[in-house]
Design a protein around this ligand. Structure first.
Ligand SMILES: *[C@@H]1O[C@H](CO)[C@@H](O)[C@H](O)[C@H]1NC(C)=O
Length: 144
């Protein structure tokens, strides 16, 4: 199912760029460039949140890079993030935030992100996330 989602997503992108047979590269998920892109995506997505808690990058699942006509490249990153204990309004950098322990983890976000890198500058072009309830969703406590 995931593969289909990505294929559709890439298909849409390919259409938007009107690129014919541009080579898709699969860089190493652990490379510094990929990590930099994933962290830029993490920061961007956190900046878009208006309520709740910040998310920290947990794992990069898949990366593709596609050359752009302007000499830059686009990154298509599939990554997952975990909810931290830092509120979105907390100025603490997310790198310093504690990820909620498994039992408390309310939300894990599975995201597909497209970034462009032109002249060394990364920008998020598009993203979509699927939030999944954690293993033990928080239940509201009834106090008598
Ligand atoms: C975040 O962590 C870094 C590295 O551990 C530390 O130098 C910095 O002071 C911390 N920032 C805050 C706001 O706690």
């Amino acid at each position: 199912m995931r593969a289909v989602g990505i294929a559709v997503f890439l298909g849409l992108l390919a259409g938007a760029w009107s690129q014919v047979a541009s080579p898709v590269l699969r860089p190493d998920c652990d490379s510094p460039e990929v990590e930099e892109a994933a962290l830029a995506a993490q920061d961007y997505m956190n900046s878009q949140l208006t309520h709740g808690y910040k998310y920290a990058l947990n794992q990069i699942d898949e990366v593709k890079t596609i050359p752009r006509p302007d000499g830059g490249e686009n990154y298509v990153v599939e990554m997952d993030l975990l909810e931290t204990k830092c509120h979105v309004l907390d100025p603490m950098p997310v790198a310093n935030c504690t990820v909620r322990p498994r039992q408390e983890t309310k939300v894990e976000a599975d995201c597909d992100v497209v970034l462009s890198k032109v002249g060394g500058v990364l920008s998020v072009v598009a993203y979509k996330c699927k939030s999944e309830p954690g293993m033990c969703p928080q239940k509201s406590k009834i106090t008598v």
